[in-house]
Design a protein around this ligand. Structure first.
Ligand code: AMP
Ligand code: ZN
Length: 136
């Protein structure tokens, strides 16, 4: 994937601030952070998003995220951490190489990631029926 910015970061053709790496995953500072210490964790093998990443690479990314969440919270003095993944354009994905965001959060930082809206009428039952019918 020569035209993929994150593949080029993995191969060091584009510089980045390395947080952690192993054979399967690479973690680096997001260049435009929500808060200081905002880190991206990606599979070294190119995948576009959650829909096409292999289960092995997904597990490797999650293992790194699990370890780094606590490390980053402690190191930045954060009061919490958001784990966010955008998948496809209309879910906010800009870079088409799968990545998990680890975002340090601070008391009073005023960031609101998930505005919720109450279900109306039978909406909950209807969407639940569709999801359950689609389960393998
Ligand atoms: P997303 O909207 O989930 O696709 O997020 C893409 C993220 O990649 C954004 O938060 C960008 O700030 C970040 N980003 C883009 N280019 C770079 C880069 N060269 N180094 C580090 N982070 C980057
Ligand atoms: Zn890539």
């Amino acid at each position: 994937m020569p035209d993929c910015i994150f593949c080029n970061i993995v191969s060091r053709e584009i510089p980045s601030y390395t947080v952690y790496e192993n054979d399967d995953v690479y973690a680096f500072l997001d260049i435009h952070p929500v808060n200081r210490g905002h880190t991206l964790v990606i599979p070294k093998r190119h995948a576009r998003n959650v829909f096409d990443i292999s289960s092995e690479d997904w597990a490797a990314v999650m293992k790194a995220v699990h370890a780094l969440a606590g490390t980053i919270e402690k190191a930045t003095g954060a009061d919490g951490i958001n784990l966010v993944m955008n998948n496809r354009e209309h879910a906010g994905q800009v870079v088409d190489h799968a990545h998990m965001h680890i975002i340090p959060r601070f008391k009073g930082d005023g960031i609101r990631l998930m505005p919720g809206h109450a279900y109306k009428g039978d909406e909950a039952k209807e969407v639940l029926k569709k999801i359950r019918a689609a389960l393998i």
